[in-house]
Ligand binder design. Sequence first.
Ligand SMILES: Nc1nc2c(ncn2[C@@H]2O[C@H](COP(=O)(O)OP(=O)(O)OP(=O)(O)O)[C@@H](O)[C@H]2O)c(=O)[nH]1
Ligand SMILES: [Mg+2]
Length: 458
Amino acid sequence: MPPPHDTIAAISTPLGEAGIGIVRLSGPQAESIARNLFHPYGDNTKALNSHHLVLGQLIDPAQGEVVDEVLVSLMQAPHSYTREDVIEINCHSGYGVLARILDLVLAHGARLAVPGEFTQRAFLSGRIDLTQAEAVLEVIQARTSASLRVAAQHLAGRLGQEIRDLKDRLTEILSWVEAAIDFGEETPELVCDEVRRELTALEGRLQVLQDSYTQGRLFREGLDVVIAGRPNVGKSSLLNRFLQEERVIVTEIPGTTRDVIEEMVSIQGLPVRLSDTAGLRPAQDRAEELGIQRTQERLARADLIIYLLDLSQPLAPEDELQLNALIGRSVLLVLNKADLVPVLPVETLRSRWPFPILTISALTGQGLHQLTNTIFQTATGNGLSRQGQIVTQARHRQNLVACLKFIKQGQTILSTGQPLELLALDLQEAVRQLAEILGEEIGDDVLDRIFAQFCLGK
Ligand SMILES: Nc1nc2c(ncn2[C@@H]2O[C@H](COP(=O)(O)OP(=O)(O)OP(=O)(O)O)[C@@H](O)[C@H]2O)c(=O)[nH]1
Ligand SMILES: [Mg+2]
């Protein structure tokens, strides 16, 4: 793909009223466009040195009218985000100011960037690999400190480095196999043994990376937790407890919540999408029927279900039906209203359903700490891994799965004594899968799909 030669521009901060907004330009004309519009205060000769911030006025040359007082920085190629000349105009943030400055730079020769185009240029110029480009979006979207930590490691290129290591190792093994093919008949058994041993070691490392996606997905997308149960058991009260605010209406009237209410919370650094739902019972009108339908849809795709029971009430037939339907799913059976006199037969619950049982009071907060611990443990197994690289992107996982498949095929070829040419083909494919993760061999359609997820100005 040839490097782009036009100059792009976009508003890089959210459109709205705020202290600072930034219009960014990248490309060969960035500096000259800025020089046309920007009038530094004081000594002009020192203006726009690379990597310096300069204060002055942005003036519309057509009317000689001052648009805003701005700070402008020039980052000359190749020492910039895109490796092209980059200009950042720090103005005041407001719809009118930002739109006017953008219009002016467009009128002076820049083209409006498409979403993700700055980062795409950073990738195309070779400053970052594709895992790092994807990490930019991960950093922007990180909801908790733990998610951010993983994203920042990816941005720093740690995952890319690990993949490059694996790819180099695999390429070396491939070169042994190719050499053995060239030497023809006298293929030494020794080479095959060595190849087998090395491939097994690589399989182990690839498997660890592939498995890390179970956690990685959680960091990126969050854990989908649904609170369900009969009306009035305290589902909405529990959501409010988690959020520490009166987000949802709570009343003593059964059937208060009729829709799904979803909020993000951080549970020990884990991003959790927590949904309060309409209570499960035979619906009494059309709205409730639709609400209960939504509850069932949410239950079907939840990662974890908090099934709430009111321990001051006997078990209802609806509960039994629902709990039977949830066998095999990840469920916590949570008994609420621990501050009241218990009626619920806990031993019966324990003997009939395989779910962990916890007791809480959404009213007093009793047991909440243990509940959050259990949610965290259930989701992460042994807690969040702090060592090694974590794969967060489905795209990376797919390539890892394919890479492993080709290596396993290769091992079979070795152990069944088939021609080494076949092994070489599989290893070439395996290498190609890793190159795809890094973006070294990748179709434009895939690239477009990746960068289309970005916001404008990134
Ligand atoms: N004593 C006691 N009352 C509680 C507790 N949790 C909730 N309640 C009360 O139970 C009633 C129902 O609470 P909600 O949170 O609205 O229950 P819900 O499950 O969302 O009910 P629906 O929206 O109708 O399905 C309210 O009067 C709450 O104050 C608790 O731990 N102890
Ligand atoms: Mg409710």
